[in-house]
Write a protein that binds this ligand. Structure first.
Ligand SMILES: O=C(O)c1ccc[n+]([C@@H]2O[C@H](COP(=O)([O-])O)[C@@H](O)[C@H]2O)c1
Ligand SMILES: Cc1cc2nc[nH]c2cc1C
Length: 337
């Protein structure tokens, strides 16, 4: 495998500035085709926009979606020592075994929608530093995690879902969201796996401490100081997908926080992404709205693992099946009003 095309953060920053745009010709042709299909204009709602968006990124006016890829990245967090999760940190490695054995929710959803699935664990025995006392990662550690994500993407895939597993990771995600978009720790901190009121108060305090300790608001510095390895890997994978013109479905709060780093690093960096769902994690909707992304599904999920995004593969497949498979008015001999 070729090494990742960056060895410093400034390489990675430069790469983000040079990401490709969708194919305007394919997009225009898909829009024209959409206007001829046997339905009242706009009657397929957002499915129409989704199909046209997908056609533009794939560079094909009448595309198919045959090779979706789901990647789950796992990481551990030093900040769990502060008691910010309802579950113990060992659950991360135990769930990795469950993903490998095919027993997690995301395994079932990937299978149900015909996606391949892989799991990448990032140094689980070496958690990030507790961000209330030190930067979560060194620059070298951040670069290594970005590279894991970059390399994990199958360039033959035609859709990417990135998910995560990391006990404690709603705490870094909240801290990152607050650092990137402002507001108070309280506005961005939620219950994660289900902390009680006292747990939520403590977690909010921990997020506030992290923000005070790490004043840089540069997006990649925010990721390094307040983030985590699986969060960085998701950012690396989302950027790689953009470089390869592979559309991405974003998952929940943690995945969206990873994506937000890219959005604030380079304009248009998330144009190849749609939001799969609105998580029940308190601040996810606010984060999506900062990114200008409207969720496809709203089912009360708050699992992570890429599960909500995997479920939304079905929506996108439906959109593309209609767009590419329907007859035009002329073909079907239907009067077009
Ligand atoms: O995707 C989400 O919006 C989401 C919301 C709440 C929890 N999670 C998952 O739960 C874990 C983080 O929760 P916590 O309470 O340990 O910070 C992590 O493994 C995530 O995949 C995920
Ligand atoms: C059991 C369990 C499964 C998960 N999947 C993603 N985050 C999770 C957190 C827990 C606790």
């Amino acid at each position: 495998m070729m090494p990742a095309p960056f060895s410093t953060l400034s390489d990675f920053r430069a790469l983000l500035q040079a990401l490709p745009r969708p194919d305007a010709e394919a997009e225009a042709a898909a829009r024209a085709r959409n206007g001829q299909l046997t339905k009242p204009p706009g009657a397929l709602g957002r499915l129409e926009d989704l199909a046209i968006w997908y056609a533009g990124w794939r560079g094909v006016a009448r595309p198919s979606l045959l090779r979706p890829q789901v990647i789950v990245f796992a990481g551990n967090h030093g900040v769990t020592a502060r008691g910010v999760s309802a579950f113990p940190a060992e659950v991360t490695v135990q769930m990795v075994a469950n993903f490998r054995a095919g027993g997690a929710a995301v395994n079932q959803l990937a299978k149900a929608f015909g996606a391949s699935m892989s799991v990448h664990e990032l140094e689980l025995e070496r958690p990030t530093a507790d961000f209330t006392t030190a930067p979560a990662m060194s620059e070298a550690e951040l670069l290594a995690a970005l590279a894991v994500g970059w390399q994990a993407v199958d360039v033959e895939a035609d859709l990417l879902v990135v998910g995560e597993m990391g006990i404690g990771n709603t705490t870094p995600a909240a801290a990152m969201a607050c650092a990137l978009f402002g507001g108070t720790a309280g506005e961005w901190t939620g219950r994660g796996t289900g902390v009680d009121d006292a747990g939520l108060a403590l977690k909010t305090q921990v997020v506030a401490e992290g923000l005070a300790r790490h004043p840089s608001r540069d997006p990649l510095e925010v990721l390094r100081c307040l983030g985590g390895r699986e969060i960085a890997a998701m950012a690396g994978a989302i950027a790689r997908a953009h470089a390869e013109r592979i559309p991405v479905i974003l998952d929940g709060f943690i995945c969206t926080a990873a994506a937000a780093v890219l959005a604030l690093s380079a304009s248009g960096a998330l144009d190849h992404c749609v939001a799969g769902h609105a998580s029940a994690e308190g601040a996810h909707r606010a984060l999506l709205s900062k990114l200008g992304k409207a969720p496809l599904l709203d089912l009360g999920l708050r699992l992570g693992e890429g599960s909500g995004a995997a479920l939304a593969i079905g929506v996108l497949k439906g959109a593309i099946a209609c767009h590419s498979g329907m007859a035009t008015f002329a073909e079907a001999g239907v009067s077009d009003g």
